[in-house]
Design a protein around this ligand. Structure first.
Ligand code: SF4
Length: 122
């Protein structure tokens, strides 16, 4: 569960234990929950150990559609989905599935995101 910034996540105990072994995370207990403070959202990605071809399929038809669906199902379970999507929009990632959005969906989303950003800047 995403809490606030700097990134803090409430984690099931087993998942937290794995991550603490793997990276330089800050871990503490708050009201009975393990709280993990992250500086790098990628460390928490659900796709971290997934097959890259699911997220970056060749083409947009046939088997690629199955890969994209499988990638989106992983994204749906991902605790850093918002961070991932924000990064993809800001850095204009054109290829692959990011934050649960395929390339064409993200292109449309980015147009709206840019328009909103321009509107706020005025
Ligand atoms: S939202 Fe999807 S692509 Fe982004 S980190 Fe999570 S699983 Fe990976």
């Amino acid at each position: 569960m995403y809490l606030d910034s700097p990134k803090k996540y409430l984690l099931p105990t087993a998942r937290a234990a794995v991550n603490v072994c793997e990276a330089n995370h800050n871990l503490y207990i708050l009201q009975g929950f393990l709280v993990l403070t992250m500086t790098e959202w990628r460390q928490m990605s659900a796709c971290r150990d997934s097959e890259p071809s699911l997220f970056f399929p060749v083409g947009t038809t046939g088997p690629a559609l199955d890969y994209i669906s499988a990638a989106k199902a992983i994204c749906a379970q991902c605790s850093v989905r918002e961070d991932c999507l924000q990064y993809a929009l800001e850095s204009n990632q054109e290829a692959g599935v990011w934050g649960g959005y395929a390339e064409d969906e993200r292109r449309r989303l980015r147009k709206r995101w840019l328009a909103e950003r321009r509107r706020r800047a005025v």
